[in-house]
Structure formats: structure tokens, C-alpha cells
Write a protein of this length. Structure first.
Length: 115
């Protein structure tokens, strides 16, 4: 499975960005899809995750500001990010888990929030 993320960029604090990630077509169903981020000199962390049944979970730091959604017909997951803060800066990676197991990663998209 190949994942292609897009939508990152530079935004001022308080602004918004929308990330998209498209998964290539494959013979197995994609179960969970999610977004992770990695800030400089920090470990990669889960930002939000959504199941095939559209059950979403969020990191405490982004609750009420970020919204994850997916379109199963397009194999696409989105991350709407509002009220962005400088601490949201990092490389954002999308990930997908297949029904047969295994997690696949996209190449990441940079998000920079200026104060």
C-alpha cells in the first residue's frame, strides 16, 4: 500500500490547515487510518486515528481543535486542523492498517505554525 499525504504548509497561530492522505488501491481492506506527527528532536506521536466504522480517537493535545475523517470510497483520510498552535509544528505522517495486518506509512508533510 502506498500513501500520499498533502496539505501541509506554513500558517500563523490560530489558523487552519487540512491534510489529505490517499492510499493506493489494493486487494485488502484498509481498517484503521491515522495521523502521526514528529516534532524536531521528539518521538513520533499519534495525533488522531479513525476506524473503518468511523470511530475516531484523538491525542489530548488536539481534542476539540482537530477533526479526522475518511472517505472509504476514495481510500482517503483527512485531518482538519483548526486553532493551530506553534507546538503543532512537525512532520505529519499518515498511516494505514490492512485487514490482514501490517501498518503502512506515508512520506510525511511538513506543518509549521508561526507565533
Amino acid at each position: 500500500v502506498q500513501l500520499q499525504a498533502s496539505g501541509g504548509g506554513l500558517v500563523q497561530a490560530g489558523g487552519s490547515l487540512r491534510l489529505s492522505c490517499v492510499a493506493s488501491r489494493n486487494r485488502f481492506r484498509i481498517n484503521d487510518m491515522g495521523w502521526y506527527r514528529q516534532a524536531p528532536e521528539k518521538e513520533r506521536e499519534l495525533v488522531a486515528q479513525i476506524t473503518i466504522s468511523n470511530i475516531a480517537t484523538y491525542a489530548d493535545s488536539v481534542k476539540d481543535r482537530f477533526t479526522i475523517s475518511r472517505d472509504n470510497t476514495k481510500n482517503t483520510v483527512y485531518l482538519q486542523m483548526d486553532s493551530l498552535k506553534p507546538e503543532d509544528t512537525g512532520v505529519y505522517y499518515c498511516a494505514a492498517t490492512l485487514e490482514i495486518g501490517g501498518r503502512y506509512w506515508g512520506r510525511g508533510t511538513q506543518v509549521t505554525v508561526s507565533s
